[in-house]
Design a protein around this ligand. Structure first.
Ligand code: NAD
Ligand code: TYD
Length: 354
C-alpha cells in the first residue's frame, strides 16, 4: 500500500493550515484527516481541499480505539497529532474533555501506532507546558515541566506519554512545542481573532487583568513549515521548539490591532484576570533552528496585517461561528455575571509573578 500521512485534528486552526501547506509543498503525499468535528472543527477550514483525490477525511475520535485502528490500517505510515481541546479558558470551566482527548486520546493513538508499526509519530505541543518564565529566561527542551492550567497539564501529560513510548518501546516519536499561533482560520475564542472580530463589530475588547502578560507570537504558516521539517528531519525522541521570538504584551498586541483597524483604544476593557494566568512564555529555539534548518519568515507586522485582511474578507466564516453555540460560551465568560465580567477597577489587578 502507498504511503499515507494521518493528520488528526486537521479541521482545526493549525491542522487545516498544515493540510494546505502539505498539499502545496508535498503534492505527492496522500493525506488522511481524522477529526471529531468538535465545536472547534470546521469543514469550511478545508475549503477546496476535500475535492482533492489525495485528501480523505474520517469523522472520528482519537480516543476511539476501533476507529483509530481502522484508519491506520488504510496504509498510514506517519502521524501528526494536532487533535486536542485547545483553549485554556474552557479547561478552567471543565477539564474532563481535555483529559479524555489530550491524554487518553494521545495514548490510544500511540498504542495503535505501535500495533500498526507506524514509522513516525509527531506530537504537536505547546510552550505552555513549561509554565510561566521570568524575563530574560527562555525554556530549553530539557527544562522541567511546570504547567499552570488544566489545558497545559493535559498537554504535558500527553508529551510525557509520547516520550515514554519512545523510551520504553523504541518507537519513532518526535515532539514539537510552539508558541502562540496566529493567522487565518483561528477560532474566535483565542485572543487575536476574538479582539479582531470584536473590534470589527465595535464591541469591547476584554483584556484580562493588567494586560502585561507576554506571549511569543508565531504565524501559523511558519509553525507548519517547522512541523513539516520536524516530521521529515527530526530525530527520534527529540523535542523541537518552534517560536518566532516576537515577545509582546497582550496590551501591545491589542493596540497594534486597533491601530491597523483604525478603531479607538476606548474599546479596550480591562476585565477580571484569568485564574492561574501565566505572565510570560518564552522558548529557546536555537538548537531547533540549527538542527532543522528552520526559521520563521513572517514579520509580525506583515503577519498581523494579512491576518486582519483575512478576517475582513471572511466575515461569513466568523459570523456563522459567533452566532452559533459560541453565543452561550461568550455569555458564560464575558456576559453579565460571567467569569470575566468585572472590570479591573472592581477587582484586584492580576499580579502573579512567574
Ligand atoms: P483547534 O482547537 O483549532 O483544533 C483542534 C481540532 O481537533 C479540531 O478540529 C477538533 O475538532 C479536533 N478534535 C478535538 N478533539 C478531538 C478528538 N477527540 N478526536 C479527533 N479530533 C478532535 O486547535 P489548534 O489551535 O489548531 O491546535 C492544534 C494543536 O496545536 C493542539 O494540539 C494544540 O495544543 C497545539 N498548539 C496550539 C497552539 C496555538 O496557539 N493555537 C500553540 C502551540 C500548540
Ligand atoms: P489565548 O489566545 O487564550 O492563548 P493562551 O492562553 O493559550 O496563551 O490568550 C492569549 C493571551 O491573551 C493570554 O495571556 C490570555 C489573554 N486573553 C485576554 O486578555 N483576553 C481574552 O479574552 C482572551 C481569550 C485571552
Amino acid at each position: 500500500m502507498s504511503s499515507k500521512l494521518l493528520i488528526t485534528g486537521g479541521c482545526g486552526f493549525i491542522g487545516s493550515n498544515f493540510v494546505r501547506l502539505a498539499r502545496r509543498v508535498r503534492p505527492g503525499q496522500a493525506l488522511v484527516i481524522l477529526d471529531k468535528l468538535t465545536y472547534a472543527g470546521n469543514l469550511e477550514n478545508l475549503d477546496g481541499l476535500l475535492d482533492d483525490p489525495e485528501v480523505s477525511l474520517v469523522r472520528g475520535d482519537i480516543a476511539d480505539r476501533r476507529c483509530v485502528a481502522a484508519v491506520l490500517d488504510r496504509g498510514v505510515d506517519r502521524v501528526v497529532n494536532f487533535a486536542a481541546e485547545s483553549h485554556v479558558d474552557r479547561s478552567i470551566e471543565d477539564a474532563s474533555a481535555f483529559i479524555q482527548t489530550n491524554v487518553v486520546g494521545t495514548q490510544v493513538l500511540l498504542e495503535e501506532c505501535r500495533r500498526a508499526a507506524v514509522k513516525r509519530f509527531l506530537q504537536v505541543s505547546t510552550d505552555e507546558v513549561y509554565g510561566s518564565l521570568a524575563p530574560p529566561a527562555s525554556a530549553r527542551s530539557d527544562d522541567p515541566l511546570t504547567p499552570s492550567s488544566p489545558y497545559s497539564a493535559s498537554k504535558a501529560a500527553a508529551d510525557l506519554f509520547a516520550l515514554a513510548d519512545h523510551k520504553t518501546y523504541g518507537t519513532d516519536v518526535v515532539v514539537t512545542r510552539a508558541t502562540n499561533n496566529y493567522g487565518p482560520y483561528q477560532f474566535p475564542e483565542k485572543m487575536l481573532p476574538l479582539m479582531i472580530t470584536q473590534a470589527l463589530e465595535d464591541r469591547p475588547l476584554p483584556v484580562y487583568g493588567d494586560g502585561l502578560q507576554i506571549r511569543d507570537w508565531i504565524h501559523v504558516e511558519d509553525h507548519c513549515e517547522g512541523l513539516l521539517l520536524a516530521l521529515e528531519r527530526g530525530r527520534p525522541g527529540r523535542i523541537y521548539h518552534l517560536g518566532a521570538g516576537e515577545e509582546h504584551t497582550n496590551l501591545d498586541m491589542v493596540h497594534r490591532l486597533l491601530a491597523q483597524l483604525k478603531k479607538p483604544p476606548t474599546l479596550i476593557k480591562h476585565v477580571t484576570d484569568r485564574p492561574g494566568h501565566d505572565r510570560r512564555y518564552s522558548l529557546d529555539t536555537g538548537s531547533t533552528r540549527d538542527e532543522l534548518g528552520w526559521a520563521p519568515t513572517h514579520t509580525l507586522e506583515r503577519g498581523l496585517a494579512q491576518t486582519i485582511e483575512w478576517y475582513l474578507s471572511h466575515r461569513g466564516w466568523w459570523d456563522k461561528i459567533k452566532s452559533g453555540e459560541y453565543r452561550s460560551y461568550y455569555e458564560r465568560l464575558y456576559g453579565t455575571g460571567g467569569r470575566y465580567a468585572a472590570t479591573t477597577s472592581e477587582v484586584t489587578r492580576g499580579s502573579q509573578v512567574p
